[in-house]
Design a binder for this molecule. Structure first.
Ligand code: TYD
Length: 133
């Protein structure tokens, strides 16, 4: 399964915490895009797509959410619940984000700029493309 749980160094002192993410160091790709998702309540399921090219790091910088990670064969669920932890997800992984807490802010770093043609939005199509390599 092509994902990895990440724990980032906290540069804390008595003023609070600070986490630094640098490309090719803490993040295994050049950061081309940043977006964040908030205001999604508990009943919402987001994502439901795979990306042919983009790799991602997801971090709940506030609150909590769960991420379903599916490589076309196996499914796993990861809970994001600390600002200094995250998950790396490779390309060609089906993702669903759900169970957002009310204060959830899900920060996403990506290796590619947005290109809607690299999104696979149908699960059957995703499984077919996985099989065809
Ligand atoms: P969508 O992919 O449905 O969000 P999620 O994966 O969180 O469910 O994107 C929502 C809208 O935002 C959709 O109209 C596409 C647009 N969008 C961009 O324009 N650029 C981006 O980088 C992203 C992630 C989405």
């Amino acid at each position: 399964m092509n994902y990895k749980l990440l724990e980032f160094q906290q540069m804390g002192d008595d003023r609070g915490h600070l986490v630094v993410l640098e490309e090719f160091k803490d993040v295994p790709f050049e950061i081309k895009r940043i977006f964040y998702i908030y205001g999604s309540d508990q009943s919402v399921v987001r994502g439901k797509h795979a990306n042919r090219n983009s790799e991602f790091i997801l971090i709940n910088v506030s609150g909590t959410s769960k991420i379903l990670i599916d490589d076309g064969k196996t499914q796993e669920v990861v809970e994001l619940n600390k600002p200094h932890t995250g998950v790396y997800i490779s390309n060609m992984i089906w993702k669903e984000m759900f169970d957002f807490s009310s204060e959830s802010v899900l920060l996403v770093l990506s290796s590619h700029v947005y290109d809607k043609t690299e999104y696979i939005r149908g699960y059957d199509e995703f499984v077919k493309e996985c099989r065809n390599g």
